[in-house]
Ligand binder design. Structure first.
Ligand SMILES: [Zn+2]
Ligand SMILES: [Zn+2]
Length: 357
C-alpha cells in the first residue's frame, strides 16, 4: 500500500498553509463564510385562546402540544444552507412574557463534507385569536339539526341523555379525525323531544346512525335552502331521528300474539309469550301493536304443577289457579316459582332472561 503524498496548499483568503481546500478556502475560512441558517427575527403565531388550535399554512390546526407547535412553526420559517445534509435542530425556549418567547435554535449539519454548527435566536409572538370553530360555536352556528323523538310516544329523559352521550362521543372522534365542525352548538328542549344543532351536515347523519346502532329506530333527512353565499346555495339539513315505539322488555299485543320485545328496527323482534317461539314481524296500519306491559312489572308466583303441555300457576293477584299452555322456553320443572307478568290480556310466563333477539 502506498499513501498519497500530502500536497502543500495555501488558503487565498487567510494565507495559511493547508492540506485541503473547500471551495478554494481553508476549512476555517470556508466555515466562517457559509450561512448555515437564515431565519426571520420574529415569528408570529396565531393561537386560539379557547381550544388551543393554531393557524398554519392557511388553516387552523388543533395541536395540543405547545412545543410541537413551536417546533413546527420554526422549522417552517427557517432556511438552511442548500448543501446542508444530515441537519439536526435543537430548540430551547425562554419566556419573555405571556405572549412572547425567545427560541434559541442550534443547528448542526454537514456541508461539503464538513461538520458545521450555527445558532440563531428568534422571537416568537403569540397572538390570541379565536379560531373558526370556536367562533362558530360561540355564534350558535349550525349546518344541521338532529331532532330526537320517539315513534308514537314521548322520548324518555334517559333516552335523550344516552343519545346526547352517543352524539358527543361520535363528534369527538370526528373532531380528532379532522372535522372541525363536528360540534354541538345548541341543545334545544321541546315538549316533544330535543333538537341538537350540529356544525356539520355530514356528522348529523353519522350521529343518527350511531344512535340507531345502539337504540334502534330510523331517521329521515330533509335539506332546506337557507340562502346564498359566494354564488352558491346554502343548505341546512334536518335529520328526524325516531327511536322505536317499543323498547326492550316491552310486552305488546299485535295481531293475535303477545310478544316480549327484544328490539325494534323496521320490524319488531322478540318472543311470543303464548307458545315461546322467537318472532319478527312488521308493525303498521295492517297490524297495529299496543303495549300491554313490561318485564319491569314482572313478579314471581307459585308453580303448582306441570301436566303435559300445560302449566298450572297461581295468579299473583287473585291466588286463583290458572292453566297456561307450556311455552317452549319453559323447562324449569324443579322450580317452585316462576316469573310472570299480568296484563289486561291475561297472565303470561316470561323466560328467565330476555333473549337478544
Ligand atoms: Zn483561510
Ligand atoms: Zn378554537
Amino acid at each position: 500500500m502506498t499513501s498519497r503524498p500530502a500536497r502543500t496548499l495555501f488558503c487565498p483568503e487567510c494565507g495559511k498553509e493547508t492540506s485541503e481546500l473547500y471551495n478554494d478556502r481553508c476549512r476555517e475560512c470556508f466555515l466562517s463564510n457559509i450561512t448555515l441558517i437564515k431565519c426571520p427575527s420574529v415569528i408570529k403565531i396565531r393561537v386560539c385562546p379557547v381550544c388551543g388550535a393554531h393557524f398554519t399554512a392557511g388553516k387552523w390546526v388543533r395541536e395540543t402540544d405547545r412545543r410541537e407547535v413551536l417546533f413546527h412553526e420554526i422549522t417552517g420559517s427557517i432556511m438552511l444552507h442548500p448543501d446542508a445534509k444530515h441537519e439536526e435542530l435543537d430548540i430551547s425556549e425562554e419566556e419573555i412574557d405571556q405572549s412572547r418567547f425567545l427560541a434559541h435554535i442550534t443547528v448542526s449539519a454537514v456541508v461539503s463534507g464538513l461538520n458545521a454548527t450555527a445558532t440563531a435566536d428568534v422571537e416568537i409572538r403569540i397572538k390570541n385569536e379565536t379560531c373558526d370553530t370556536c367562533s362558530r360555536i360561540a355564534g350558535g352556528y349550525y349546518a344541521g339539526i338532529v331532532q330526537l323523538r320517539a315513534s308514537n310516544r314521548i322520548i324518555s329523559e334517559k333516552e335523550v341523555d344516552r343519545c346526547i352521550e352517543l352524539a358527543d362521543h361520535l363528534l369527538k372522534k370526528l373532531t380528532e379525525k379532522g372535522d372541525r365542525f363536528a360540534f354541538i352548538s345548541k341543545v334545544e328542549e321541546l315538549k316533544e323531544g330535543v333538537d341538537l344543532y350540529i356544525g356539520s351536515a355530514t356528522s348529523c347523519k353519522q350521529v343518527c346512525r350511531a344512535i340507531i346502532r345502539e337504540l334502534g329506530g330510523s331517521y329521515t333527512t330533509s335539506p332546506s335552502l337557507v340562502g346564498r353565499k359566494d354564488g352558491e346555495d346554502l343548505y341546512r339539513i334536518t335529520c328526524a331521528m325516531r327511536l322505536p315505539e317499543f323498547i326492550r322488555g316491552d310486552i305488546i299485543a299485535i295481531r293475535d300474539l303477545v310478544i316480549e320485545v327484544a328490539h325494534q328496527d323496521k320490524q319488531i323482534h322478540g318472543t311470543d309469550l303464548i307458545d315461546g317461539h322467537k318472532v319478527s314481524l312488521g308493525a303498521g296500519m295492517d297490524a297495529p301493536a299496543v303495549k300491554i306491559g313490561s318485564r319491569n312489572d314482572a313478579t314471581m308466583t307459585v308453580l303448582v304443577a306441570i301436566e303435559g303441555d300445560t302449566v298450572q300457576i297461581l295468579d299473583p293477584e287473585t291466588y286463583e289457579t290458572i292453566l297456561l299452555k307450556k311455552p317452549v322456553f319453559f323447562h324449569e320443572e324443579s322450580r317452585s316459582e316462576v316469573r310472570v307478568v299480568r296484563t289486561n290480556e291475561g297472565v303470561f310466563l316470561l323466560p328467565e332472561m330476555l333473549n337478544s333477539g
